[in-house]
Each structure stands twice: as structure tokens, then as C-alpha cells.
Ligand binder design. Structure first.
Ligand code: PLP
Length: 442
């Protein structure tokens, strides 16, 4: 029962350093957040010791009476949190992360080589929505399934639904995927449903980034019109690192809400795909911690928090636009801002590095029209983490000023260095093969 500081001082020091880094810096990575002390307590609890392959009431190991209660509680809370009726929706709360939740869902509803369509990575989509490059299949989801991405309009930055429809009618995917990692606007689920119906596709939403906003009504809910919804629980939902899969169950209703006499048959397929299909024993400490996070997410305080997340993002966007900067889609309706730095001649990776030195953490990000993911033209900025630390509009006005200074500094040094280097001879040849490979992979 010795403390980690005694058992392993080296690791303890690293944990302390990381805690200080998080505490002292401005955390603007859109997918991160600071989960509560109560959630952390359960993460570090004895729930981590237990094996519980299977589902509540049907386990492959003994001693699961408490774990059964915990998992059932999380299932109930997950449905309640998103306003779902247990007669119409089921949920699997065991996926270890968002990526495994997506892969398990594909395993449940697709056969190898079935066709999928998701938002392209450079347009803001996620790797697990079928990403590949011209030379390589990057994500396993493009190795096992035939994937054709749709994109945002290069001029407006909004999803090009017309082009998506045109392509979907030719490609005829079995699964149409919406949801993103870097899209600052709400989704048109009505249009997506209509496109899916026209080409005979199932519709899935990966709401990982916006799940906290969906739970509190500050982003459109995908549940009304999608067949499946997956999510992470550690982004705007502010929980532990975990994945969720929601699927329709019970009687299939027609457009007017009348029973068709048929029933959805996804439940067993989804549950079997998670375990034993893709995973082994559930991480019960995380599942327990998720119970706490979901309880927190249903409080009025969390609703206020989500509202502030959006207000802060809007404030940041307005400040940056007022300073003459250019944002993808011109602004934001959610928790993130996608800043196009190309007009200012400085790349996203350079600004990321300058900010890192200044204890501001954000990430370089592709913006529409980018050709290099290694050195993309933009940065992604999110407000969930700093809103958890209590920052409000006036603080984000200050954050905008810090960011402006970082960009100006990167620009000024780049200009000065470029001018100076003109006095010297040509650089030695770099290893072109390595550069090409990195360009392709990243
Ligand atoms: N889906 C989306 C939209 C994401 O943005 C992410 C991660 O950022 C994931 C899935 C994957 O989640 P995880 O990192 O937990 O596997």
C-alpha cells in the first residue's frame, strides 16, 4: 500500500510534471478536457482489478454481481443523458475508445469490403471513417472496407451535401458516416437521412466531439434520424476515456410512427462485435467513472458549462475575425474554431510550436484545399478544456490576443530568417524518400 512517490519516484515525478504542465498552460486542444475529481477517483479505484467478459447477467467470470449493477447503471444513464427511450435504443458501454467503438460498429453491420462513406480527414473527418491516401490505406477501416470520402466545399468550408449526394448515388455505400474531428458547424441530419435513404445506406453519426453539446441541447441531436450513434466520452462530455455505441432496438416504425411488424436486429450484432469480436475484458474502472460523468452531464451546471463552451468559441472566433484573420466557414456553431493561416504565410505546425513554447497547447490542422497533412495551413482551437477551468468571454478575448501575438511572432521570425538565409548557398539535399513517406503517412 505504498504511494507511487515511494514505489516509483521516476514515474511519480513525470506525473507531477504533466499535472503542472496542464495546470500552468492554456489548453486549447478541441478533443481534450479536464475530468472531475469524482471521475478520477473511480478511475483509480478497485474496479480496475476485475475481469467481466460478457454483459450484465451473462459473464464468463464469477464475482460480477457489483460490476453487473455498475454496467447496468451506466447503460441507463447513457440513454437518459441523451433523452433516449430504452424500448427504442440500446447502448454498449464497453468500447475502450472512440476508434474501437467505430470499428466494432462496422464489424457488427458490415461485411468485409462493403462500402462506406465518411468525411475526408483533410475536410475534418476522423481516421476511422475510412481514411486512406493515394498510395496507402492508412486506417484499418479503409483496409477492410471500400471507402470513398466526401468533402467540404473548398470555398465555403461547409459540407458539400450536393456533391455528397451525387457521389453516394453512384458509389452506393452500405454505411454513410457523419460526424467529425474538426468541423465547426452543425450537421444537417435531415439531408443526410434523405441521401442515405436514396442510396439504401444505413446512417451512422460519430458524435465524439460534440456529445456534451448534444446531451445539453447545444448541438442538433443525431438520434432522431440516424441508425447508429457512436461517441467518445472524454471530449465535450468531460468523462473518462471510453467509447459508446448506440443502436436502434425494438419495433421498426414507419414514417408516421406506426409499427411495421418488424423488429431491429442490431442488439446482438453490436454486442457480439464489441465482445468477443473486437475486445476482451471491459475496463470496469472506466465504465464506473463514466457513470459519474454521465450523472454530472445531466446537471444544470453542466448545461451552463456547455452553453459557455459555445459562447467562448464564438467569442474567440469573433475576436480573430475582428483582427483580420480568416476562419474556415467564417466562424463556429460549436466548441471549436478552425483557423486558416495560409493568407498570413505561416504554417499551422510553426504556430503550434511557437504556442507550445508559450504554454499554449493547440494542434496544427488541415484546412480545405491543403495538400500536406504534415505541414497543414491551419490550426484547430477548442474551448471545452479551458471552459472547465472557468474561463469566460473576457478571458477568451485575452486568449485571442495571445494567439495573435504567437502568429505575428512566427511570421516575423520566419521573414527575418528567410531574408538572412538568402545570403548563403543552397542547402544540402535532404533525404527525399523519407520526406515523401512522412508526407504520405501523416
Ligand atoms: N471519432 C472522432 C470524431 C474523433 O475525433 C476521435 C478522436 O479524436 C475518435 C473518434 C477516436 O477516439 P479515441 O481517440 O478515443 O480512439
Amino acid at each position: 500500500n505504498r504511494a507511487v512517490s515511494e514505489v516509483d519516484p521516476e514515474l511519480h515525478n513525470l506525473v507531477v510534471r504533466e499535472k503542472e504542465r496542464q495546470y500552468e498552460g492554456i489548453e486549447l486542444i478541441a478533443s481534450e478536457n479536464f475530468t472531475s475529481r469524482a471521475v478520477m477517483e473511480v478511475l483509480g479505484s478497485s474496479l480496475t482489478n476485475k475481469y467481466s467478459e460478457g454483459l450484465p447477467g451473462a459473464r464468463y467470470y464469477g464475482g460480477n454481481e457489483v460490476i453487473d449493477e455498475i454496467e447496468s447503471l451506466v447503460q441507463r444513464r447513457a440513454l437518459e443523458c441523451f433523452g433516449l427511450d430504452a424500448s427504442q435504443w440500446g447502448v454498449n458501454v464497453q468500447p475502450y475508445s472512440g476508434s474501437t467503438a467505430n470499428f466494432a460498429l462496422y464489424t457488427a453491420v458490415l461485411n468485409p469490403h462493403d462500402r462506406i462513406m465518411g468525411l475526408d480527414l483533410p475536410s475534418g473527418g476522423h481516421l476511422t471513417h475510412g481514411f486512406y491516401t493515394a498510395k496507402r490505406k492508412i486506417s484499418a477501416t479503409s483496409v477492410y472496407f471500400e471507402s470513398l470520402p466526401y468533402k467540404v466545399d473548398m470555398n465555403t468550408g461547409y459540407i458539400d451535401y450536393d456533391k455528397l449526394e451525387e457521389t453516394a448515388l453512384v458509389f452506393r455505400p452500405k454505411l454513410l458516416i457523419c460526424g467529425a474531428s474538426a468541423y465547426p458547424r452543425d450537421w444537417d441530419f435531415k439531408r443526410l437521412r434523405a441521401i442515405a435513404d436514396k442510396c439504401g445506406a444505413l446512417l451512422m453519426c460519430d458524435m465524439a466531439h460534440i456529445s456534451g453539446l448534444v446531451a445539453t441541447g447545444f448541438a442538433s441531436s443525431p438520434f432522431e434520424l440516424c441508425d447508429f450513434v457512436t461517441s467518445t466520452t472524454h471530449k465535450s462530455l468531460r468523462g473518462p476515456r471510453q467509447g459508446l455505441i448506440f443502436y436502434r432496438r425494438g419495433p421498426i416504425l414507419d414514417k408516421d410512427g406506426n409499427p411495421t411488424g418488424k423488429e431491429y436486429a442490431w442488439e446482438t450484432k453490436v454486442n457480439m462485435a464489441v465482445f468477443p469480436g473486437c475486445q476482451g475484458g471491459p475496463h470496469n474502472n472506466t465504465i464506473g467513472a463514466l457513470a459519474v460523468a454521465l450523472k454530472e452531464a445531466m446537471t444544470p451546471e453542466f448545461k451552463e458549462y456547455s452553453k459557455q463552451v459555445c459562447t467562448n468559441a464564438r467569442t474567440l472566433a469573433e475576436q480573430l475575425v475582428a483582427m483580420g484573420y480568416s476562419l474556415v466557414t467564417g466562424g463556429t456553431e460549436n466548441h471549436l474554431v478552425l483557423w486558416d493561416l495560409r493568407p498570413h504565410g505561416v504554417g499551422g505546425s510553426k504556430v503550434e510550436k511557437v504556442c507550445d513554447v508559450a504554454h499554449i497547447t493547440l494542434n496544427k490542422n488541415a484546412v480545405p484545399g491543403d495538400t500536406s497533412a504534415l505541414n497543414p495551413g491551419g490550426i484547430r482551437i477548442g474551448t471545452p478544456a479551458m471552459t472547465s477551468r472557468g474561463l469566460v468571454e473576457k478571458d477568451f478575448e485575452k486568449v485571442a490576443k495571445f494567439l495573435d501575438r504567437a502568429v505575428q511572432l512566427a511570421q516575423a521570425i520566419q521573414k527575418e530568417v528567410g531574408g538572412k538565409m538568402k545570403d548563403f548557398g543552397p542547402a544540402a539535399e535532404k533525404d527525399a524518400g523519407v520526406i515523401a513517406l512522412r508526407e504520405e503517412v501523416v
